[in-house]
Design a binder for this molecule. Structure first.
Ligand SMILES: Cc1cc2nc3c(=O)[nH]c(=O)nc-3n(C[C@H](O)[C@H](O)[C@H](O)COP(=O)(O)OP(=O)(O)OC[C@H]3O[C@@H](n4cnc5c(N)ncnc54)[C@H](O)[C@@H]3O)c2cc1C
Ligand code: SF4
Ligand code: SF4
Length: 1017
């Protein structure tokens, strides 16, 4: 059995005292010195990993003031603090070995929107897309864009001075910052906005930190004006942070915000911001220009710029290939038709206008340029046009995933960020890239590239296995060569993603100005307590971080033995890009994070915890892969005393890091959205089961696990006398006991008539070798086997019958496969040995039918998809080929069309199961094809998770979270549906959730189709 992991890196006593002091000073947020929180916040998207002492989540500005006031007290001068937002930095900006102050959990309110004056005031933990969603009805948006807009916070954007696509037109974040409320060390809350000379002089007269800061910054701006003019590059991306070039605005006003923006949390905590808003362009179009070579696309971009587009982005063939293999591709594939000529480079050229006429004129002009140049060497060979914000949005969404996708590759050499955001004058970009490529090629590295060519910014992530010390050593020489190249071409190493650990290059870059930067830092934070080591030190006694002196993830990952690394491949490659923190409630990944706003309850959280768990086990010489075999061999009875003893120790409060991991795993819905949507394909349900198997090899399982795990095996017997199950379940005392002792609530009722009875009555045959053998050739061609799942068959037997009835009406010959447990509930709860036995038995039966070349089709999406994931992993090609209903029906759409005349027309809205939507994306189009073949209109709602996910929502401990998740996305969709009668839901769990929370029955899509038959069911 695995050991208890209780000897871990302790929190330093100074920080424990600091936390105690926060409590007694009335700090109202969350204080988390636990090892799990420290582990999850030890990484961002960079190559680094730094364990903080603790994490605090302030509730509001006064909590931040409390932190900053205490840190200024002499007893806490040794405390260092790093603000954190979305944690999506690519250079360790928010990492610290001190205290993380995470503003994203609670300080995420949009405080005011002033439509007339076009500004918004927000707390800085607000996510950029969250703000733009709120602004959309007013026709306004917060313009600076970035690929991580669905999870990066306004605080993070301000502190890295973020920008991205469209920056030539809209500028960077600081161009849209009107006012900042900053908590300074000592606790003073200072509102900064452009001020005139008289006001500045008034402020400078005081003797506070605020006065010091203003005096110092003003002095530097005046005394060093010439040097500043010479040093700061005249690039669209110029420099982020401590931006001395813009201390005085065009109207001659002093603006402290130019220093604060991009300062990476080294000067203060930005609590609130007043932001400038811009009208959403009325009309927009995106021309997707295609090339034979990436280099051609780059070189041509300068010519294309002359047509005056809003923005141009270039993507190379590798990024394009990754996008093609990704979940987003089906939405954009029509714009990139695969002909004989391979697309190896693309320019995405956007035009915006305030009328369709103006847009048409711009497009006409641009397209005639393209047409004229077509066929010439180095020019494009084809293009397509997307019109309107919705269509364009799909292509930009694909482009936005590109940085994340760059991190996805097979093998151990994985693309990593360290030179990924250089900027040079756009006219130098093509030559710069040529030399950049030479550097990477001569180091034998593979890489993908894309860039904001209009701004001269290039994104590239070379592939390196950071576990291999020799490969890790390449970071410095490559970085130095790239720094040299950027200098040669008049550019910057940090063109977009901030400095972080790469701050070591700041003194060299700023030259004589660097000491002035240090004086600014000293005026704000002379003891170097705020995010030390980044951008500038306050004096000679402190050091900037160095790219090869901060612990990397690779160094820690090396401690995990190779066979364990391979055995947990579904967890270990998470690179922390944070796509699973996306804010959008209508996006399926990740319901448990969205429901709790706790980063531990996310794919990244779980993957980070398991990586650390594997490392700690490795340190103790324990091989979890071997342990899994031992657990499977151990007898339930003989292992009982040990498990009882360990469980009693747990009850007494004995610490084991595994308890913290278990808590996070219990909050997972096993919905598999991460499997489909994570760019790296992190598969939480898979490694969660592996973890649970070992955890419960050491501790006792709760009763509910046995109830859920055995359900599929008990249901056939129970369904024979459903009253014996249903009646007691209606009794309050039984329900109370089930909730308290069994941990299960709102348990559904068995179908009153069993499926067997219903089928017998309706003459629906069961699939047997004899029945199959007796089929004639025509019948055999039309035969289909319905694979049962426990939930639909025993709790919605009528639905199975309805499906078979409809199929028969459509001239198919449906058979019902005999019921065998599928094993998914066992897998979910980590009964892996039992799952294997059930799966092998079930597969043996289903494969007999498959061998007869008969289609196997499952009704419930989640249960059916088990055959192509868990079964496939277990038995490879021997997994039975069970299709989703819509996949098989779509293949037979011609037969459906022949029957269309028998159906009355109807309009339906489908609420898809999130596992199906994220793991069988193409099958959404199949549903549309099926409905349309039968003359029906179908609209598919873009939704998150319903919150039920099999038995998750029935577990007493999850009841509240389950409902909260439902109310975030499904609740509003159901409530605002124009015709609730015409709502259909594909998942058993989803229908069950609607029924318990809305008291309404929603039909399966095939039941709705059956009801459309003119000649009746
Ligand atoms: C896949 C990927 C794509 C990316 N694409 C882009 C892009 O297109 N454009 C771009 O500009 N960046 C991009 N980035 C980098 C990153 O997303 C941005 O830097 C973003 O602005 C960081 O926001 P965050 O909320 O995650 O901040 P964090 O990473 O949490 O923090 C960033 C810095 O801000 C500080 N900070 C955060 N909040 C506060 C606060 N309230 N007060 C004081 N300091 C604070 C932190 O201390 C840290 O130094 C990308 C990153 C990834 C992983
Ligand atoms: S789990 Fe996936 S989406 Fe989340 S941070 Fe890790 S790699 Fe990114
Ligand atoms: S399975 Fe679902 S709930 Fe669990 S981590 Fe993945 S997305 Fe989140």
């Amino acid at each position: 059995m695995i050991p208890a992991l209780n000897e871990l890196s302790d929190v330093q006593s100074l920080y424990l005292e600091f936390i105690e002091a926060l409590k007694s000073e009335g700090f109202r947020g969350d204080l988390c010195p636990d090892y799990a929180s420290r582990t999850v916040l030890a990484t961002d998207n960079s190559i680094y990993q730094v364990l903080p002492q603790a994490v605090v989540y302030p509730r509001d500005s006064s909590d931040l003031q409390c932190v900053a006031r205490l840190a200024d007290e002499p007893r806490f001068h040794g405390v260092v603090l790093s603000a954190r937002g979305g944690g999506t930095g690519t250079n360790g900006q928010s990492l610290t070995d001190g205290l993380v102050v995470d503003l994203s959990r609670h300080m995420n309110g949009i405080l005011e929107i002033n439509v007339e004056e076009r500004w918004a005031r927000v707390q800085t933990g607000v996510v950029k897309d969250q703000l733009n969603r709120a602004l959309k009805p007013h026709g306004l948006f917060f313009a600076p864009d970035l690929s991580t807009s669905n999870r990066a916070t306004i605080g993070g954007m301000i502190n890295t001075d973020a920008s991205g696509q469209g920056s030539c037109l809209y500028g960077k974040t600081r161009d849209h910052v009107l006012e900042l409320d900053t908590v300074l060390l000592g606790g003073h809350l200072w509102k900064s906005a452009p001020i005139d000379r008289a006001t500045l002089e008034g402020i400078c007269h005081g003797d506070s930190r605020v006065a010091d800061v203003h005096r110092e910054v003003d002095r530097i701006a005046r005394e060093q004006a010439e040097l500043i003019e010479a040093k700061f590059p005249k690039l669209n991306r110029c420099l982020t942070g401590y931006d001395l070039a813009h201390i005085y605005d065009d109207a001659g006003r002093f603006d402290l915000n130019s220093v604060l923006c991009g300062s990476e949390g080294t000067l203060g905590f930005i609590a609130e911001a007043k932001l400038n808003l811009v009208p959403i362009p009325k009309c927009a179009a995106l021309v997707n220009v295609q090339y034979d070579q990436f280099q051609d696309a780059l070189a041509d971009a300068t010519d294309l710029m002359r047509a005056g587009p809003t923005s141009i982005e270039t993507v190379d063939s590798r990024v394009l290939q990754l996008a093609m293999e990704d979940i987003v591709w089906h939405k954009v594939s029509e714009y990139f038709p695969q002909g004989e000529r391979a697309i190896r480079g693309i320019n995405l050229v956007e035009f915006t206008a305030d009328s369709e006429d103006k847009l048409d004129a711009a497009l006409q002009n641009f397209c005639s340029l393209l047409d004229k140049a077509s066929g010439q060497a180095g020019k494009s060979f084809a293009y397509s046009i997307a019109r309107g914000h919705a269509e364009i949005g799909k292509i930009w969404a694909m482009r936005k995933r590109a940085v994340g996708l760059l991190g996805n590759a097979s093998g151990e050499e994985r693309p990593i960020p360290f030179v990924e955001d250089t900027a040079v004058p756009p006219e130098n970009l093509a030559d710069f890239i040529r030399e950049f490529r030479e550097v990477l090629d001569s180091a034998g590295m593979s890489y993908g590239m894309f860039g904001h060519v209009d701004a001269g910014v290039l994104h590239v992530r070379p592939a390196i296995d950071m576990k291999d010390p020799q490969q890790a050593e390449k970071i410095r020489p490559i970085t130095e060569q790239v720094v040299e190249l950027t200098r040669k071409y008049g550019g910057l190493l940090w063109g977009e993603h901030g400095k972080g650990v790469r701050s070591e290059f700041a003194p060299e870059f700023f030259g004589e100005l660097y000491p002035e930067l240090q004086k600014i830092k000293a005026a704000f934070d002379h003891r170097n307590q705020l995010n030390p080591g980044k951008i500038a030190t306050p004096g000679e006694n402190s050091q900037l971080l160095k790219i090869d002196e901060v612990t990397t993830r690779g160094e820690l990952d090396r401690q995990i033995p190779v066979q364990v690394w391979e055995g947990y491949s579904e967890a270990v490659y998470c690179n922390g890009n944070g796509a699973c923190f996306n804010w959008d409630p209508d996006d399926a990944m990740c319901p448990s994070y969205k429901g709790t706003r706790n980063r531990l309850n996310s794919p990244k959280g779980r993957a980070s915890l398991v990586r650390e768990w594997l490392r700690l086990l490795g340190e103790r010489g324990v091989d979890p892969v071997q342990q899994s075999n031992l657990v499977r061999e151990q007898s339930f009875i003989t292992s009982l005393p040990g498990r009882i003893k360990n469980t009693l120790a747990k009850k007494r409060g004995e610490y084991d890091f595994s308890h913290e991991i278990n808590e996070s795993m219990q909050a997972c819905l096993a919905c598999k959205s991460c499997v489909g949507q994570c760019p790296i394909k992190v598969n939480v349900p898979e490694f969660r089961s592996q973890f649970l198997e070992l955890y419960y090899g050491r501790y006792l399982r709760p009763m509910k696990d046995y109830l859920v795990g055995s359900l599929e095996f008990l249901l056939p017997a129970l369904s024979r006398v459903p009253q014996l199950y249903n009646w007691p379940l209606r009794l309050p005392a039984v329900r109370w006991a089930l909730a308290r002792l069994g941990g299960l609530v709102d348990n559904p009722q068995l179908s009153r008539k069993s499926l067997q009875q219903l089928c017998n009555k309706a003459g629906m045959p069961v699939a047997t070798p004899q029945a199959i053998a007796s089929l004639g050739p025509l019948q055999r061609r039309r035969a289909v086997i319905i694979v049962q799942d426990a939930f639909t068959s025993y709790f919605e037997a009528e639905l199975v019958l309805d499906v078979m009835r409809l199929l028969r009406k459509l001239d198919f010959v449906p058979f019902l496969a005999p019921f065998k447990p599928n094993g998914k509930p066992l897998h979910v709860h980590g009964f892996l040995a039992q799952f294997e036995r059930a799966a092998i038995d079930n597969a043996a039966m289903l494969n007999l039918f498959a061998a007869e070349n008969l289609p196997l089709v499952g009704i419930d999406p989640s249960m059916t998809l088990t055959y192509r994931s868990e079964y496939k992993k277990l038995m490879g090609n021997k997994a039975p080929p069970v299709q989703l209903l819509q996949e098989w029906l779509a293949e037979n759409h011609q037969q459906l069309q022949e029957q269309a005349g028998r159906f009355g027309g109807g309009q339906f809205q489908m609420l898809p199961h999130c596992t199906e939507r994220t793991n069988a994306t193409a099958s959404m189009a199949d549903w549309k094809q099926v409905f349309s073949a039968l003359g029906q209109e179908l609209q598919i709602a873009e939704l998150g998770c319903c919150g039920m996910a099999g038995t998750y929502g029935h577990e007493a401990a999850n009841r509240e979270d389950s409902e909260r998740i439902y109310r975030q996305s499904w609740g509003p969709a159901v409530a605002t549906a124009t015709n609730r009668q015409n709502l259909v839901a594909t998942g058993y769990s989803c229908r069950c959730q609607i029924s318990r929370l809305e008291g309404e029955k929603v039909r399966h899509p095939l039941q709705a189709l059956l009801a459309q038959l003119r000649d009746g069911a």
